[in-house]
Unconditional design. Structure first.
Length: 148
């Protein structure tokens, strides 16, 4: 079955781009597009546009699920996509969603990226820096003593 770019399947995939349960949403989020522009997406995944539309119509695997790897494998087999590349794409989308939660917004492909709140991120970096400084001072003095 060959899909055409103006087909009902493409129209459905475009409608699903706002549903977080669909692969269409994950693809649109990953490529930061409000519209599904299938040609560049397909080229970057190394598949035809028909296979990309087929992928967009699939249910998005839940990365927290024990079945994540199996679900990714099934979609990859169904769309002739590299399994590792697809899993990486899905994990990147999950990370973007987590960062959006930190900033109190929802991921929106049409809007400009919002800056992350630096308080939580800097606090973690500062904690690590304070631990490292304490360790490096003791390590540095230990080095000096061992060199004597």
């Amino acid at each position: 079955m060959e899909l055409k770019s103006g087909s009902a399947f493409l129209q459905l995939a475009k409608r699903l781009r706002h549903d977080p349960r669909s692969m269409s949403y994950a693809l649109a989020n990953h490529y930061r597009q409000d519209e599904l522009d299938v040609v560049p997406m397909a080229e970057s995944l190394g598949i035809t546009t028909d296979l990309l539309i087929r992928m967009a119509l699939c249910k998005r695997p839940d990365s927290a699920s024990e079945e994540f790897a199996n679900q990714v494998r099934e979609i990859a087999d169904y769309t002739l996509t590299d399994e590792a590349q697809l899993a990486s794409l899905l994990r990147q989308v999950d990370a973007l969603e987590k960062f959006a939660e930190l900033s109190g917004s929802t991921p929106n492909m049409a809007s400009k990226p919002r800056p992350l709140p630096l308080t939580g991120v800097l606090a973690a970096a500062r904690d690590r820096g304070e631990e490292d400084e304490g360790d490096s001072e003791s390590t540095g003095s230990e080095r000096d003593e061992s060199q004597k």
